[in-house]
Ligand binder design. Structure first.
Ligand SMILES: [Zn+2]
Length: 120
């Protein structure tokens, strides 16, 4: 069972589908990881900045910075969202699964994920 289907009930919440997700995409309509590399990706490009050839990957993903692990409060926290292209989302997820925590840092430079070794 994938994490996505395990937490399917959360992604079906109208608070997520009708409010949080569209409002986040309106605020942040570009892949955050691409932007850090100087690529302006509105979902039509790959993570390396070339045109996305796969129509199924021509989209943006609203990702949780700190993995919610089924925690509804963390899932619905607008401050815990980031926009990623499918390429960066896949890479992020693989790194997360390998390590078990996010390396995302807050404005203060400190890791945001409570599972990060610096926070344990
Ligand atoms: Zn990207």
């Amino acid at each position: 069972m994938t994490a996505r289907s395990e937490y399917h009930h959360l992604y079906n919440l109208s608070a997520w589908r009708r409010r949080l997700r569209p409002e986040h995409l309106a605020r942040e309509p570009l892949c955050r990881a691409c932007l850090r590399r100087g690529i302006v990706n509105d979902g039509t490009l790959t993570a390396s900045g070339t045109r996305q050839q796969n129509p199924k990957r021509c989209r943006l993903v609203v990702d949780h910075v700190i993995p919610h692990r089924g925690d509804q409060a963390l899932f619905l926290d607008p401050g815990n969202l980031q926009t990623l292209c499918p390429d960066d989302h896949d890479q992020n997820k693989q790194r997360l699964e390998a390590r078990g925590y996010s390396q995302e840092r807050g404005a203060d430079g400190w890791p945001v994920d409570p599972q990060h070794p610096a926070n344990r």
